[in-house]
Design a protein around this ligand. Structure first.
Ligand SMILES: Nc1ncnc2c1ncn2[C@@H]1O[C@H](COP(=O)(O)OP(=O)(O)O)[C@@H](O)[C@H]1O
Ligand SMILES: [Mg+2]
Length: 330
């Protein structure tokens, strides 16, 4: 995947955006490659939207620069930037038909009418909303409205598409479906996307790279696998996926639940415990083991559950473990 000849599409360098109250983001540096989908992931308030809005031109910056294809865009208003943004709330015009919603930006660009109709038809097909031209936003479900909002942005043929938690108002099932479709559309069009979410699973599912954010700063930038397997800090380790943390000898030992192996019966010198809870979550099982004062979480395949029951005596072995310092808990 890492191709040395990849072209940088979007570059943010030494960027500060600080609000009057002192909140904001400082010294942001990020390269996004052509055709890449990069997700900014972090809890509410960590600065994701702030960064996205500085790229889109809805916020001015105090320091640094933002370039697209090597050209600075920091002085340009949103409509002059080669970006398009989709928000959590669909932002469709309720009194306009889907066709009118989609045609609006193209008309401003003086594109001929039959060309507009042709592009809209093709775009609706891409987002699986063929034939909805005459409908109104109120007649569509949340997921369908968000497809239209994405279609509207894509029709502007932006160099970089900015998506701010676009699926977070949708039901879990629809959200998963939208993820898959976004991924498909993104790779078909080869468009560069900066995606924002607080949902680590969503970030893992769709991203080429993830930027894990904490309080206005980048904690780690890497592929989903890099971040999952080698989290750079305890913060990242706890934010991405599930993790057991054990305080030992002034260190924190971290173990993923899938690396906690459960063996039957007590064993001398081993980590002995009793089964506290068993939750069958489809193809795998979440087993909690009480070990003294601590609770260890283990994920095991359902086929390995067999005779395991709550209260049963077991001992555990760890597969891969990670270590983090206790102090400063980086
Ligand atoms: N217009 C604003 N004025 C002052 N502070 C703001 C403004 N918008 C956001 N903030 C603050 O900046 C920080 C980052 O906010 P935001 O970028 O919205 O985070 P996120 O999108 O990750 O939830 C938060 O502390 C938030 O309260
Ligand atoms: Mg936000």
């Amino acid at each position: 995947m890492v191709n040395p000849e990849r072209k940088i599409k979007l570059c943010i360098s030494g960027m500060d955006k600080i609000y009057d109250n002192g909140d904001g983001v400082r010294n942001i540096n990020l390269d996004v490659y052509n055709g890449e989908l990069v997700t900014m992931l972090g809890p509410s308030g960590c600065g994701k939207t702030t960064i996205l809005r500085t790229i889109g031109g809805f916020l001015s910056i105090e320091k640094g620069d933002i370039t697209i294809d090597g050209k600075s865009i920091t002085g340009l208003p949103p409509e002059k930037r080669p970006t398009a943004m989709v928000f959590q709330s669909y932002n469709l015009w309720p009194h306009m038909s889907i066709y009118e919603n989609l045609a609006f930006g193209l008309k401003l660009r003086k594109i001929p009418k039959d060309e507009i109709a042709r592009r809209i038809e093709a775009m609706l097909e891409l987002v699986k909303m063929s034939g909805s031209q005459k409908k109104y936003p109120g007649q569509l479900s949340g997921g369908q409205q968000q497809r239209i909002a994405i279609a509207r942005s894509l029709l502007l043929q932006p160099e970089v598409l900015l998506l701010d938690e676009p699926f977070s108002a949708l039901d879990a099932k629809i959200r998963m479906q939208m993820r898959e479709e976004l991924k498909k559309i993104q790779s078909e069009l080869g468009i560069t996307v900066v995606f924002v979410t607080h949902d680590q699973e969503e970030a893992m599912a769709i991203s080429h790279r993830i930027v894990v954010m904490n309080k206005g700063k980048f904690e780690q930038v890497g592929t989903p696998t890099e971040i999952y397997d080698n989290p750079a800090s305890k913060y990242v380790a706890s934010f991405i996926g599930e993790m057991n943390f054990l305080n030992r000898d002034n260190k924190i030992i971290a173990v993923r639940p899938e690396d906690v192996k459960i063996l039957r019966g007590f064993k001398e010198g081993a980590i002995n415990g009793t089964v506290r809870t068993i939750m069958i979550l489809g193809h795998y099982v979440d087993v909690n083991i009480q070990w003294g004062e601590e609770v260890l979480k283990s994920f095991i395949p359902r086929t390995e559950l067999s005779d395991l029951e709550v209260g049963g005596k077991v001992h555990v072995e760890f597969g891969k473990t990670l270590e983090f310092p206790v102090e400063g808990s980086s």
